[in-house]
Design a binder for this molecule. Structure first.
Ligand code: NAD
Length: 253
């Protein structure tokens, strides 16, 4: 199969300053066909158009809420009909919640889990059918250092718990699909300056977060994208059920 004969499905890859978009750009540069599934349909379509044209690869952008099973079903059917076989999936879509425990609501809790965890379940299950049939596939889902450290200024109980759930999901799924040669991993980044923090990452907070790391700075979206791309690629065939830290050493500080 040629490089352009395989598709990577990326959820949450529309945001211009986001990790998913950097990943889409990187994979397209390696010759992958790209499907961007994002709740922001306009940005998903323009991301696909820009990235597809820049790298001369097939690319499709679709407006999808990953927590909506019918919408995901229809979107993946469209990808399967229009692009080469889906070989890789990155579950990048996510939302944060800065709400402290005593102020968190059931509605807020449910929405964070609906996007971060249920969405990951729905998209992965739908894409997995084809991967099992072809006995080929790579799945990477975004956890967070918040799962290990118990959150931080902008990520509290709901977010941290949802990102810890991703690790259990990853390990259990890896156990089930390993026999088909399919790998399933998680990536747990530390702070990266994207829109997920809703503009709350002031220069002062960024300096404080940087000082907490061993390397002395927050990460870049390209650095996280590079790790995900490696785990989705041909050289990562013996890595599964793993969670990779990428946080400048924050996990031990
Ligand atoms: P971002 O806000 O730039 O990107 C998130 C993307 O998800 C956006 O394009 C958004 O439109 C999309 N999205 C939101 N809800 C959706 C839904 N219901 N359905 C489909 N798409 C939806 O943020 P980011 O920092 O690039 O985050 C990417 C992932 O990395 C998230 O899962 C996040 O939790 C994780 N992460 C980020 C950081 C960080 O510091 N930025 C740290 C650890 C983990």
């Amino acid at each position: 199969m040629t490089e352009s004969g395989r598709t990577a499905v990326l959820t949450g890859a529309a945001s211009r300053r986001g990790i998913g978009r950097a990943l889409a750009d990187r994979l397209a540069g390696e010759g992958w066909a790209i499907a961007v599934l994002d709740i922001d349909g306009d940005e998903a379509r323009s991301a696909a158009a820009e990235i597809g044209a820049a790298h001369d690869v097939p690319a499709l952008g679709l407006g999808v809420d990953v927590s909506d099973q019918a919408a995901v079903d229809a979107a993946i059917a469209e990808v399967e009909a229009g692009l080469p076989p889906i070989v890789a999936l990155a579950n990048v879509a996510g939302i944060a919640s800065p709400v402290p425990f005593m102020n968190e609501t059931v509605e807020g809790w449910d929405r964070v889990f609906a996007v971060n965890m249920r969405g990951t379940f729905i998209v992965t299950q739908r894409v997995m059918r084809g991967m099992i049939e072809r006995r080929r596939g790579r799945v990477v889902s975004l956890s967070s250092v918040s799962a290990q450290r118990g959150g931080g200024t902008y990520s509290k109980v709901a977010y941290s718990a949802s990102k810890a759930a991703i690790i259990g999901f990853t390990r259990a799924l890896a156990r089930e699909v390993g026999e088909y040669g399919i790998t399933v991993n998680a990536v747990a980044p530390g702070p990266v300056d994207t829109d997920i923090m809703g503009g709350m990452l002031t220069d002062e907070r960024k300096a404080a977060m940087s000082a907490d790391t061993l390397i002395g700075r927050v990460g870049t979206r390209e650095e996280v994208a590079a790790l995900i791309a490696f785990l989705l690629g041909d050289d990562a065939g013996w890595i599964t059920a793993a969670t990779y830290d990428i946080n400048g050493g924050l996990q031990i500080s």
